[in-house]
Ligand binder design. Structure first.
Ligand code: A2R
Length: 322
């Protein structure tokens, strides 16, 4: 850990075993937990040059001030909303993430969750296992056939979701701040989109700009046939308003992969029959996690060994062209 030849690499959250093993072999690697972080920063803060984040703990100005030699923050995953990338860039600290390699699996999951929610697939599975089928046929369900699907976010993942939905031959529309180069109708106003569609798939980054953007007014605008699918971040949804909307029939159903305060899920939500709940598994396949592991390490080791990274985030692009 004290080898002066090796750069000190502090990980805020546990990393996958193969990533931690390679980090240990090539850097002075320190694995923190929420309980040990403060003491480790006090002890090693002056030497830490690389920080790893899996999005559980905030990396804000306070922590950055305690890491004066920091040069690189490597985020594991595409979302880096817990990292203040603007503050990092101001200090000349690069931030990297692992985009693209997870887009296909997250898009697959978004479509699976939409279908599971509309066709009530987990409920049907429970019906069979409970021996109910022998007593009566499974009730008819809603369909995608008479729906327009709206995407909130039309970036890398949103475009993959839309490409899959296009094969279903249903109308697609979307909201983002700037129109994307896609053949779907753009709504500059989120409520206008919610009024126009019967199902929303949320796939925007977390952070202040999108905090609770999917709330009571959006649910009202979607209406009683409305379906909401969130594969973005829990922070994007007003969870209490969602629970109220599901309870009161303001919307029909929700499919969620992410939650405010996850891994805790409110008991009221867990008890709802019109919610399909997944444990944040969008990118959780062997194939995609292997690719994320590789890209994460390529960023860290590329910087350690050659001074360059593969996928810097937008806020830090100016730093890479120096
Ligand atoms: O608004 P734009 O034109 O920057 O479009 C982006 C949109 N977006 C927003 N839409 C409305 N209001 C906002 N405040 C807002 N901020 C961003 O979200 C763009 O269409 C999309 C983000 O696309 P990408 O940056 O390519 O992200 P990617 O790879 O699709 O992943 C999205 C998120 C991650 O940040 C994770 O949190 C989550 O999916 O797994």
């Amino acid at each position: 850990m004290n080898d002066p030849q090796r750069k000190t690499f502090l990980s805020l959250d546990p990393l996958p075993d193969m990533v931690a093993a390679e980090a240990r072999a090539r850097t002075a690697f320190i694995q923190a937990t929420p309980q040990t972080l403060d003491a480790l920063v006090a002890e090693h803060g002056d030497s830490v040059e690389i920080l790893a984040s899996r999005g559980k703990q905030a990396v804000g100005r306070g922590l950055l001030d305690r890491l004066p030699r920091l040069k690189l923050i490597a985020a594991y995953g595409v979302g880096y909303d817990k990292v203040d990338a603007v503050a990092a860039a101001e200090r000349g600290v690069l931030v990297t993430n692992t985009p693209d390699v997870l887009s296909d699996d997250v898009a697959d999951l978004a479509v699976a969750l939409l279908l599971a929610t509309v066709r009530r697939l987990p409920q049907a599975d429970r019906f069979v296992r409970a021996g109910e089928w022998a007593k009566c046929a499974y009730p008819l369900t809603s369909t995608l056939r008479d729906r327009t699907v709206g995407l909130v976010g039309m970036g890398r993942i949103g475009q993959e979701i839309a490409a899959r939905l296009a094969a279903f031959r249903i109308p697609i529309a979307y909201h983002s701040r700037t129109p994307a180069s896609v053949p779907y109708r753009h709504f500059p106003d989120l409520l206008d989109l919610a009024r126009h569609v019967d199902a929303l798939i949320v796939i925007v980054p977390g952070g202040k700009a999108t905090e609770r953007m999917i709330g009571a007014p959006v649910f009202e605008a979607l209406g009683p046939k409305g379906i909401v699918v969130n594969v973005a971040r829990g922070s994007v949804m007003d969870q209490d308003a969602l629970i109220a909307a599901l309870r009161d029939g303001t919307i029909e159903a929700a499919g969620l992969d992410v939650y405010e305060g996850e891994p805790m899920v409110p008991a009221e939500l867990a008890a709802m029959d019109n919610a399909v709940l997944l444990p944040h598994v969008g990118s959780g396949t062997h194939f995609t996690r292997d690719a994320m592991n590789r890209l994460f390490l390529d960023n860290v080791l590329g910087w350690v060994e050659e001074g360059r990274v593969v996928t810097p985030v937008r806020e830090c692009l100016a730093l890479t062209s120096r």
